[in-house]
Design a protein. Structure first.
Length: 441
């Protein structure tokens, strides 16, 4: 006889029954434990205990009462919820991967609920990932927290799915993601900073990776030592209690990833300032160090931007701008925009064209060529600031000097007298005078 889909497990109607530990079996037990069903002859659970009476009242009060009981701190563990449900009591489900095997939220939750040994292993994982305090012993607290992780995994919140499509639904990967972020999960309402106490080796490796990116070299020993000490002191000051889990000290209220990043930036900034000071005094090692890595590339680009617009460079300010711009493209773009704005103030006659994306050097190319020809200077190494009077002439300082007038002014420069073309010009004049007065045969 076919089973009745509207009636939970009945030995006479569904002889195959349900798989032990599944959500269907849990629901069947709930049905047959009711006072009106428990004594029926076809009850497949002869030893089942009667269910507790339902809470009377409207739905809102029932939900509030259930939530209050779950959150209430008692020495005794309250009866855990047998299936994963949201705050309204509605079952939740979805696909997840646990240990590389595909399952569902409901089946995984049921497995954890029915197997005390397995739940203990889950608890250790949650503590290691900063999602539970070592002092949390309530079975329902552990199940609730694990349910949150299962739902997060099922939602595909983990980002590294480029190489492995299944990884974004992986429970272990989700736990790692939360641990790396430095934040614990709290029912989607409050996210409390949590973190493990960093081992000296991992802190050193992480800091060195950032330092390598910035300067293409390992961090100096003194900078590294100061960074590790401050990180350790900060973590210890934030940790209310620790416990060793798999040989790793785990803290409850630790330092967030954002705080670690800020500390890393602080010591990289300190290192950069030391390098800039040393380079300014002519230290060849510091000069070479500032030409490598993301810092060196960014500084070169910003230095060129100042140079191409003929703006004097303040090395201290350039260093500060480089630090920000080397880690943030928006900061780089903002600095370039600032340099362009300054160029418009230095060269009023070119302000409107600079605002359209042109550099002062590009706009003054004819004047640069004339100077190169007349004073015999290299146009590639020419100081653009020498053209300030050209682009800020006239009574209102907003007029561009004519190219003819500029060339005349160049020939009045004492430097012109020592150029080859000046000597050639004088020779031509001398020959012309000689011919005029009949002094040449």
């Amino acid at each position: 006889m076919a089973s009745n889909p509207n009636l939970p497990f009945d030995a006479t109607l569904n002889p195959e029954g349900y798989k032990a530990g599944t959500v269907d079996e849990m629901r069947a037990k709930t049905f047959w434990s009711q006072p009106e069903n428990i004594k029926k002859s076809n009850n497949p659970f002869p030893n089942i205990k009667p269910a507790k009476p339902a809470i009377s009242g409207n739905t809102k009060d029932i939900i509030k009462s259930a939530v209050d009981k779950t959150n209430k701190k008692t020495k005794k563990d309250s009866a855990p919820v047998t299936v994963p449900v949201d705050l309204a009591g509605n079952p939740v489900d979805g696909d997840v991967y646990v240990g590389g095997k595909k399952t569902t939220i409901a089946d995984e939750y049921s497995h954890a609920f029915s197997n005390v040994s397995y739940l203990g292993k889950i608890k250790e994982k949650l503590i290691a990932a900063g999602q539970l305090r070592p002092t949390d012993k309530s079975r329902q607290t552990i199940l609730n927290k694990y349910q949150e992780i299962l739902i997060s995994a099922s939602s595909g919140l983990v980002a590294n799915s480029a190489t492995d499509p299944n990884s974004k639904y992986d429970v272990d990967q989700t736990l790692k993601d939360y641990q790396t972020s430095g934040f614990g999960v709290s029912a989607g309402v409050d996210k409390t900073p949590t973190a493990t106490i960093s081992s000296p080796e991992s802190a050193k490796a992480s800091f060195n990776a950032e330092f390598q990116t910035m300067f293409s070299e390992n961090a100096p020993k003194d900078i590294m030592a100061d960074y590790q000490k401050e990180l350790k002191d900060l973590e210890m000051s934030r940790t209310s209690k620790t416990k060793k889990v798999n040989g790793v000290k785990v803290g409850t209220y630790g330092v967030s990833q954002a705080e670690r990043d800020a500390l890393t930036r602080k010591y990289i900034t300190k290192a950069a300032q030391m390098k800039i000071t040393a380079a300014a005094s002519g230290d060849p090692k510091a000069i070479g160090s500032l030409s490598k890595g993301a810092f060196g590339v960014t500084m070169l680009n910003l230095r060129n931007a100042y140079s191409e617009n003929g703006i004097p460079i303040n090395e201290k300010i350039l260093g500060q701008q480089t630090l920000a711009a080397s880690k943030d493209k928006n900061a780089f773009d903002s600095t370039i925009s600032l340099i362009n704005s300054q160029a418009g103030l230095y060269y009023p006659a070119l302000a409107d064209k600079i605002g359209k994306g042109h550099t002062v050097k590009q706009l003054l190319t004819p004047y640069i060529s004339s100077r190169a020809n007349i004073l015999e200077e290299d146009p590639d190494t020419m100081d653009i600031s020498k053209f300030k009077d050209v682009a800020s002439s006239g009574t209102d300082k907003k007029s561009l000097m004519s190219l003819y007038d500029y060339e005349i002014s160049l020939r009045k420069d004492p430097k012109w007298n020592y150029t080859k073309n000046a000597q050639d010009s004088l020779s031509k004049v001398a020959r012309g005078l000689a011919e005029t007065f009949g002094l040449m045969g």
